[in-house]
Design a protein around this ligand. Structure first.
Ligand SMILES: [Zn+2]
Length: 207
C-alpha cells in the first residue's frame, strides 16, 4: 500500500499532506493534516483508484485511466482511458470527462471526484478548472511517469491549478494513492513499449 505518500490541498491557503512514508520525495513534502479527511477516506480512495487502474489496463502501453465518482453516493459516473492514438487531447482524464458529459450533461462537476492513475498534466488540470471539478486523486507523480520514459510538461498539477486561482479553488488535490500499484503499471508499460514495434511513435505521447 502506498497511501503514505498521499497529499492534500485544502484550498490554496492550506496545502496539506499527512502520513508521509519514509523515502518521500521533496515534491511530496508534508505540510499539515486536512480537517475534512476522516480515517476511512484512505480506503475509499484506494477502492476507486483500483477502478482507475482497471481502466488503465485497457491501454497497457499508456496506462492512464480515470473514473469520476459521485462524492455523496460513491456511484461511478464515468470512466476513460488514454486514447491519444485517436486524438492527442484524449488523455485519460479528458476521456473520462467526455464520458461524464455524454452520460450526465455538462453540470454537477462540483459533486464529483476524479481518480486517475497519473498526476494530471496542465491540459487536464485546465479542463478540470474549466469544469470546476474540485476533487482530484491520482496515483503516480509526474516525475515518476517521466522516469518511465513518457514526456511530461514540467508543471505539477498543483502549479497548474494555482495558475487558475482567480477562478478555481480545488477542495482536494491528493496524490500518491496506490502509487506502488500505478508506478508498477507505468514501469510495465515502458517495458511493453520497448518491446513494441511502435516505440518511436509512442515517444511523444503524454498522459
Ligand atoms: Zn493530461
Amino acid at each position: 500500500m502506498e497511501f503514505g505518500r498521499r497529499q492534500f490541498v485544502g484550498g490554496w491557503g492550506a496545502m496539506v499532506t499527512q502520513a508521509v512514508a519514509p523515502g518521500t520525495r521533496p515534491h511530496d513534502a508534508p505540510r499539515a493534516s486536512p480537517a475534512h479527511e476522516d480515517a476511512g477516506a484512505g480506503a475509499v480512495h484506494e477502492r476507486f483508484m483500483r477502478l482507475a487502474v482497471e481502466q488503465a489496463r485497457r491501454n497497457p502501453a499508456f496506462p492512464f485511466g480515470a473514473v469520476i465518482v459521485a462524492v455523496r453516493t460513491g456511484e461511478i459516473l464515468a470512466s476513460g482511458v488514454n486514447a491519444t492514438e485517436d486524438s492527442p487531447v484524449l488523455h485519460g482524464e479528458v476521456a473520462a470527462m467526455n464520458d461524464y458529459v455524454r452520460r450526465h450533461g455538462n453540470h454537477g462537476w462540483a459533486g464529483t471526484t476524479l481518480y486517475t492513475t497519473g498526476e494530471p498534466c496542465p491540459m487536464c488540470v485546465s479542463a478540470m478548472a474549466w469544469a470546476d471539478l474540485r476533487r482530484v486523486v491520482w496515483g503516480s507523480s509526474i516525475e515518476e511517469i517521466r522516469r518511465t520514459g513518457i514526456h511530461q510538461m514540467a508543471l505539477s498539477a498543483r502549479e497548474a491549478a494555482a495558475c487558475a486561482r482567480s477562478f478555481y479553488s480545488p477542495d482536494m488535490f491528493l496524490g500518491g494513492v496506490l502509487a506502488d500499484c500505478t508506478d508498477r503499471l507505468f514501469q510495465e508499460a515502458r517495458r511493453l513499449r520497448r518491446r513494441g514495434a511502435g516505440a518511436a511513435r509512442f515517444g511523444r505521447e503524454g498522459m
